[in-house]
Design a protein around this ligand. Structure first.
Ligand SMILES: NC(=O)C1=CN([C@@H]2O[C@H](COP(=O)(O)OP(=O)(O)OC[C@H]3O[C@@H](n4cnc5c(N)ncnc54)[C@H](O)[C@@H]3O)[C@@H](O)[C@H]2O)C=CC1
Ligand SMILES: O=C(O)[C@@H]1CCC=N1
Length: 255
């Protein structure tokens, strides 16, 4: 049995990814926030909703998916039932050190999923406290594995990994939207422009994943000598696209 505290954007995405990809919703209990968002999701997915953190007492793993503002009050309630459980927090500020400080002698992990977990295509970075055994990690993997890739990193790399994989779906969405705008500017219908931009992003990502070539060489394959693509690449460089992406990551990293 697993529990969730918070089912907003990322909690809801992970729960949806689990259930849509075969995890039994009878084995999920969720303590939601003040709105009726959790009940609405429960009507769709069939998991149990509870009102108090202590009603998660029967679970083995608890995922915390509240924002930084609610973290400490949630941890205070959780402390009463946390003994013997594996606690995994998605909250940005929930470092392993902080979780241990508040919860005491409990196995804790800090994970940063991304929204594609919702369709089982997520990329989640995770840092475990030192007392996690291989068996404990396997247990977490056997759950989060339903939502996509799970990669363990040391805590000093989790933040930047969370930016490169966790914030970037929004960056890619902006790119796709801008590409569609350009298609519409040149006469495509909005629907066809979105279909083309999204279809391209899926296809190019699949090729990058499966190809022996790195993305730089894949770019070279598109840029025919004297052709249209290299003119577009030159314009991207002229307008600072690469630097804009690096600056976006810098901005996300700096509080
Ligand atoms: N949205 C994303 O793609 C990702 C978000 N995160 C982190 O996860 C945390 C949550 O982010 P979002 O899901 O985007 O925010 P959100 O605001 O959509 O979700 C937070 C949810 O927690 C609920 N909540 C608040 N207090 C609660 C309580 N005491 N008990 C139960 N539920 C409670 C709220 O009602 C809300 O539904 C943040 O720290 C964020 O940095 C991490 C990875 C990805
Ligand atoms: O915007 C945020 O704070 C979170 C962290 C990763 C994705 N969204």
């Amino acid at each position: 049995m697993i529990g969730f505290i918070g089912a907003g954007s990322i909690g809801g995405a992970v729960i949806t990814g689990l259930v849509k990809n075969g995890f039994n919703s009878d084995d999920i209990i969720v303590k939601g926030g003040r709105s009726n968002r959790t009940e609405i999701l429960s009507d769709q997915l069939g998991f149990q909703v509870v009102k108090k953190v202590k009603q998660l007492a029967e679970t083995d793993i608890i995922f915390i998916a509240v924002g930084a503002d609610a973290l400490n009050s949630v941890l205070k309630e959780l402390k009463e039932i946390a003994a013997g459980k594996l606690i995994v927090a998605f909250t940005g500020s929930a470092s392993v050190t902080h979780l241990k400080q508040v919860l005491g002698d409990v196995k804790v992990a800090h994970a940063i999923p991304n929204t594609p977990v919702k369709v089982g295509a997520g990329f989640t970075g995770i840092t475990y406290s030192d007392d996690f055994t291989a068996e404990d990690k396997k247990k977490i993997g056997s759950v989060l594995g339903y939502t996509g890739q799970l990669v363990e990193v040391p805590e000093n790399e989790l933040g930047i990994l969370g930016t490169v994989a966790g914030c970037s779906p929004a960056f890619l969405d902006v790119f796709i939207e801008a590409l569609s705008d350009a298609g519409v500017k040149h006469g495509l219908s909005r629907k066809l422009a979105y279909d083309a931009a999204i279809g391209m992003a899926i296809g190019a990502s699949k090729l990058a994943k499966q190809s022996d070539l790195n993305v730089s060489a894949l770019k070279d394959e598109v840029t025919s000598p004297g052709g249209s693509t290299i003119r577009g690449v030159a314009a991207l460089e002229e307008y600072g696209f690469r630097n804009a992406v690096i600056k976006a990551v810098d901005a996300a990293e700096n509080e």
